[in-house]
Design a protein around this ligand. Structure first.
Ligand SMILES: C[S@@+](CC[C@H](N)C(=O)[O-])C[C@H]1O[C@@H](n2cnc3c(N)ncnc32)[C@H](O)[C@@H]1O
Length: 214
C-alpha cells in the first residue's frame, strides 16, 4: 500500500515539475498574441515530429532576436514550423519579418497551417524550394539567420549570407554540438572569419552557434 502511495506521489511530483519547467520556457504574456502563441506552443509541445528544435532552443532564438532588436530574419529549414513560430513571435515585437525556406512540400504546408494556428502568419513569408538556390538569390540585407537544414551545406549558407548581414547582425546554426564532419568544417570557417565573432550558445543542449558580424 505504502509503495503505491509513494509511487503516486512521485508521479504527481514529476508531473508538477515538468509542467513548471515547460511554463518556464515562456516569456510572460503581455497581449492577446502572446496568449495565442503560448497556448499553441503548449498544445503542440508533444506533436513536433519532423526534426523540430526542442522548445528550450526556441526560447533561445526568441531571446536572441529580441536582444538584437532584429527585423529582417531568414530561416533555412522550416520543417513544420516550430523554430519559425518562436522567431516570428519575437519579430512580432520588433516589427520584423521572417523568410523561411523548406524543400519538402508536405512540411511546408504543415508549417503554413501551424503559423496560422499560432497567430504569427503575418510575420512570415514561407517559401517552398531548395535553399541551395533560394539563399544565394535572396536580395537585400538581413540581421538574423537561423540555419537548420542540410548540415553539409552550412558553410555554403554562411558564405552566401555573410555579405548580406548587417553589422551587429547574427548567423545562428543548429546542432553544432557535434563538432565533426561538415559541422566542424562550417564552425572552423565561421570561427576564423575576420568579420565575425563566433561562440556556442551556453544554454543549448543540441548546440546553437552564434556568429555576430563585427
Ligand atoms: C532539422 S529540420 C528543421 C526544423 C525546424 N527548424 C524546426 O525547428 O521546426 C531540417 C529541414 O530542412 C529541410 N531541408 C533539407 N535540405 C534542404 C534544402 N536544400 N532546402 C530547403 N530545405 C531543406 C528538411 O526537409 C527539413 O524539414
Amino acid at each position: 500500500m505504502n509503495r503505491i502511495i509513494t509511487s503516486a506521489l512521485l508521479s504527481l511530483l514529476f508531473l508538477v515539475l515538468s509542467c513548471r519547467s515547460a511554463s518556464a520556457q515562456f516569456p510572460p504574456a503581455e497581449n492577446d498574441l502572446d496568449r495565442k502563441v503560448i497556448a499553441f506552443l503548449k498544445e503542440q509541445s508533444n506533436q513536433w515530429r519532423y526534426l523540430n528544435i526542442p522548445m528550450s532552443d526556441g526560447r533561445i532564438l526568441y531571446d536572441l532576436v529580441l536582444k538584437g532588436n532584429y527585423k529582417k530574419a531568414v530561416e533555412i529549414g522550416t520543417s513544420t514550423g516550430h523554430s519559425g513560430v518562436w522567431i516570428a513571435w519575437a519579430l512580432s515585437k520588433t516589427g520584423g519579418k521572417l523568410i523561411t525556406i523548406e524543400i519538402d512540400k508536405g512540411r511546408h504546408e504543415e508549417a503554413v497551417a501551424n503559423f496560422k494556428k499560432a497567430g504569427v502568419a503575418d510575420y512570415i513569408d514561407a517559401r517552398l524550394g531548395n535553399a541551395h538556390d533560394l539563399v544565394p538569390a535572396l536580395e537585400g540585407t538581413y540581421d538574423f539567420v537561423f540555419s537548420d537544414a542540410d548540415k553539409d551545406w552550412y558553410k555554403n549558407y554562411f558564405i552566401a549570407m555573410a555579405p548580406k548581414l548587417v553589422k551587429g547582425g547574427c548567423f545562428t546554426a543548429h546542432n553544432t554540438n557535434m563538432r565533426s564532419g561538415s559541422i566542424r568544417e562550417f564552425l572552423e570557417y565561421a570561427e576564423n572569419h575576420k568579420d565575425f565573432t563566433t561562440t556556442q550558445h551556453p544554454d543549448s543542449r543540441s548546440g546553437i552557434s552564434v556568429s555576430y558580424k563585427k
